[in-house]
Design a protein around this ligand. Structure first.
Ligand code: CP
Ligand code: NVA
Length: 308
């Protein structure tokens, strides 16, 4: 695997490799076995947006694999003062073994990957959040079994970077995915089209709806995310009104399978996209999901950056 910018770019077997290697690395970590597959390697972590989970899990993950991680905030980098991304890419390629980037426009991550001669990992763009969704697939396997093909996942809320990566993740693993968003906040057409195309290989079923109840019907997993992503803070109040019918609450969940789990990539805004009651009832799943970022990203770093 060269870069990891989008689940759409991965083959079905590469997705499977990431998930099984992540499970293996998690088991090793839990039993105290070290796996220093990236000994002596350095990862640069470019952040143009805030982060709690991504920063800490990549940094600790790199340490656990025997390497080191450098936190590179755009507030400090010359990138923040206008140095072109294509120059930054070529400079950093001379020092590092891999770059992780969290940024706004997805084309910035693509440009970095184009000009860097080392692997680039997407740690969230406005368009996609592949590390999170691969983590969510690992978590779903832990709670619902390895055969994702028999499972229905419902994504309710904003058609954002998480939705787009779920579309690709479901398509590559053969899951059934129902997305429900307000009309004006549907996932991007080209992403839905790509996912439908990918779905032909695995038999995944994808539907894009506006009715949250219909999306959630018989779902094994219900997922939501913030209604105002990073960069959309000014739209928060308007979005809060528009998205109110899409809140994941007890009533909505009564339409899902009785054993349904609720997932959230975090940070969560209780009383908005999810009630405190539903959040706390699913806290063990949600915090396992958060922990799994560590194991999944270790697998991604190892598969892109190791010499094997
Ligand atoms: N879920 C997630 O990516 O969290 P952070 O924004 O804290 O990294
Ligand atoms: N959709 C959210 C995800 C945060 C991890 C955002 O982009 O802000």
């Amino acid at each position: 695997m060269e870069d990891m910018l989008s689940i759409h770019d991965l083959s079905v077997s590469e997705v499977e490799d990431i998930l099984s290697f992540a499970a293996e690395l998690k088991a090793m970590q839990k039993s105290g076995v070290k796996h220093e597959i990236l000994k002596g390697k350095s990862l640069g972590m470019i952040f143009e947006k805030s982060s709690t989970r991504t920063r800490v899990s990549f940094e600790v993950g790199m340490y656990q694999l025997g390497g080191q991680a450098l936190f590179l905030s755009s507030r400090d980098l010359q990138l923040g003062r206008g140095e072109p991304i294509k120059d930054t890419a070529r400079v950093l390629s001379g020092y590092l073994d891999g770059i992780m980037i969290r940024t706004f426009g997805h084309e910035r991550a693509e440009e970095l990957a184009k000009y860097a001669s080392i692997p680039v990992i997407n740690a969230l763009t406005d368009l996609l959040h592949p590390c999170q969704v691969l983590t969510d697939l690992l978590t779903i396997r832990e709670y619902k079994g390895k055969n994702l093909k028999n499972l229905k996942i419902a994504y309710v809320g904003d058609g954002n970077n998480m939705t787009h990566s779920f579309l690709y993740g479901a398509a590559k693993t053969g899951m059934t995915l129902s997305v429900a968003t307000p009309k004006e906040y549907a996932p991007k057409n080209f992403v839905v089209k790509n996912a439908m195309e990918d779905a032909k290989e695995t038999g995944a079923k994808i539907e894009i709806l506006n009715d949250p109840v219909k999306a959630v019907e018989f779902a094994d997993i219900v997922v939501t995310d913030t209604w105002a992503s990073m960069g959309q803070e000014a739209e928060h109040d308007e979005r809060k009104k528009i998205f109110a019918p899409y809140q994941v609450n007890k009533d909505l969940l009564s339409h899902a399978d009785k054993r349904a789990i609720v997932m959230h990539c975090l940070p969560a805004y209780r009383g908005e996209e999810i009630t405190d009651e539903v959040f706390e009832a699913n806290a063990s799943v949600i915090f396992e999901e958060a922990e799994n970022r560590l194991h999944t990203q270790k697998a991604i770093m190892a598969l892109t950056m190791s010499d094997f």
